[in-house]
Structure formats: structure tokens, C-alpha cells
Design a protein around this ligand. Structure first.
Ligand code: SAM
Length: 236
């Protein structure tokens, strides 16, 4: 059982509130995460208070800056066990979320949590750069999110092709955020983005985190995203 007051109190500090359905859904999510983790490698974080802070609160931090309170489309890239996309969907259930990961077992976990919580969303078992070349996904999203997936310069090539002009790519990073942002300046420009927010913060347990919000200001040239090997070995 997670500590509801811990989650509520920390979220109140960033201006986010949850109703009792939301809190119960987070509790059920934590319970399933620990249970599934015994058989499928989903997370190293399994203590209830750590799950609340390092997974749930951290995933909801974007809501301090971005009000996702409309029927908008969000794609969570390299979602793993659902972070940050699933907490964002629990907090803002009107969002239309696509969970993308190249590993099917992780998506099976997300489907199980969705089914159990009565939430609707789509899982996409593909690589982000693959769907970035497909018109069913390319420039279709108001938001792309990603946490702990790749260095920012490569990550921008995964994410920005999926975002509509006017939409946002929200990247959650650790203490390397400032350095990664510096190295990604060229990629952001080439892919049609502009940084609108960079913030360094500390989780209640003392861990250093950062958030980078990039607005899509022009269409991504059609030659991007390139094949994965090129993105990783020759980032923009
Ligand atoms: N975002 C989650 C989190 O913060 O806990 C999971 C992070 S985990 C370290 C990285 C995940 O990204 C893995 O599940 C991996 O399969 C996925 N991944 C890495 N590169 C990807 C790509 N190009 N397309 C789709 N998924 C990718």
C-alpha cells in the first residue's frame, strides 16, 4: 500500500491534485509493478515510498509547467514500465496516450495496469525512430515524453519527428541535463525545435533531476529520423 499523503503533499507543492480515483489507481499500479517485477525486469525501485517519489512524483513533474487538461495526444517513448506516460494518464485521464517500447514484455505489463484501472490507451511495440517515418504517427502528437531512454541529442531525433508543429517534447533527465542540452543544441535546431524551459530540481529524497521542454516550431526535414545505428553513432 503506498502512502497517499506523501504523494498528495508532494504534488500539492507543484500545484497538482489527484482525486481518490487517481490515488487508488496509483496504489494498484504500484502493487502490480512490484508483483510483475518478480518475473519481468521492470524496475530496480520497489520500496513503496521510492515508487511514489522516484517513479510517480518524478513522472508527474511536467504538470508543474504544462497543463495537459484537454483531449490531447501524447506519445511516451521508451516507456518501459510506463514512466512518465502512465502516471500522466492517471492524473489526466482525458489524454490520448500511445505507449511506445521496443520490448514487448514491458508493454504487456502496461496493458495489464490499463485493464485493471479501466483506463484506455494504445501500446505500440515498435522503435520510436521507426514510427517517426510512418505518417500514421509522424507529427501527430501534442506531446512526446521520454525518461531515461537515450542521450538528448539522439533522443531528439526519436521524439521531435512525432510532435506536431506547436507541440512539445518533454525530456526528463538526471543531473546531466545541462550538459546534454548543450550537446543537443544543433539537433534541436535541425529537427525544428526550440527550448522553452530548462529546470533543475531535487526530488524530496535528495536526488538531482532536470526537465527540458522543447517546442516544435517548424516541420522536421523528411530525411529525419535516420536509421537507429546512424542516430546513435553519428548524433546530430
Ligand atoms: N522510461 C522508463 C523509465 O523512465 O523508467 C524506462 C526507461 S528504460 C531505461 C529505457 C526503455 O526505452 C527500455 O524499455 C527500452 O526498451 C526502451 N527503448 C530504448 N530505445 C528505444 C527506441 N529507440 N524505441 C523504443 N523504445 C526504446
Amino acid at each position: 500500500m503506498i502512502n497517499y499523503d506523501l504523494l498528495k503533499d508532494e504534488l500539492a507543492k507543484i500545484g497538482v491534485s489527484l482525486d481518490s480515483y487517481g490515488l487508488d489507481r496509483f496504489d494498484a499500479y504500484a502493487e502490480r509493478l512490484v508483483r510483475w517485477n518478480k518475473h519481468v525486469n521492470l524496475t530496480a525501485i520497489t520500496e513503496p515510498d521510492d515508487i511514489v517519489i522516484k517513479h510517480f512524483f518524478d513522472s508527474l513533474y511536467p504538470l508543474k509547467y504544462v497543463h495537459m487538461n484537454k483531449e490531447q495526444r501524447l506519445v511516451d517513448i521508451g516507456t518501459g514500465a510506463g514512466f512518465p506516460g502512465l502516471p500522466l494518464l492517471i492524473a489526466e485521464p482525458q489524454l490520448e496516450v500511445d505507449f511506445v517500447d521496443s520490448v514487448g514484455k514491458k508493454l504487456a505489463f502496461i496493458k495489464d495496469v490499463l485493464r485493471n484501472s479501466g483506463l484506455l490507451a494504445r501500446v505500440v511495440h515498435k522503435r520510436a525512430e521507426e514510427i517517426g517515418r510512418n505518417d500514421d504517427y509522424r507529427e501527430q502528437y501534442d506531446y512526446a515524453t521520454a525518461r531515461a531512454v537515450a542521450p538528448l541529442n539522439a533522443l531528439c531525433e526519436y521524439a521531435l519527428p512525432l510532435v506536431k508543429v506547436g507541440g512539445l517534447f518533454i525530456s526528463l533527465k538526471g543531473e546531466t541535463g545541462a550538459l546534454e542540452l548543450k550537446k543537443a543544441e544543433n539537433a534541436i535546431k535541425v529537427l525544428g525545435g526550440e527550448v522553452v524551459k530548462f529546470d533543475e530540481y531535487t526530488l524530496p529524497n535528495g536526488d538531482a533531476r532536470s526537465i527540458i521542454i522543447i517546442k516544435k516550431i517548424s516541420q522536421t526535414p523528411t530525411k529525419y529520423p535516420r536509421k537507429s545505428k546512424k542516430i546513435d553513432t553519428r548524433p546530430l
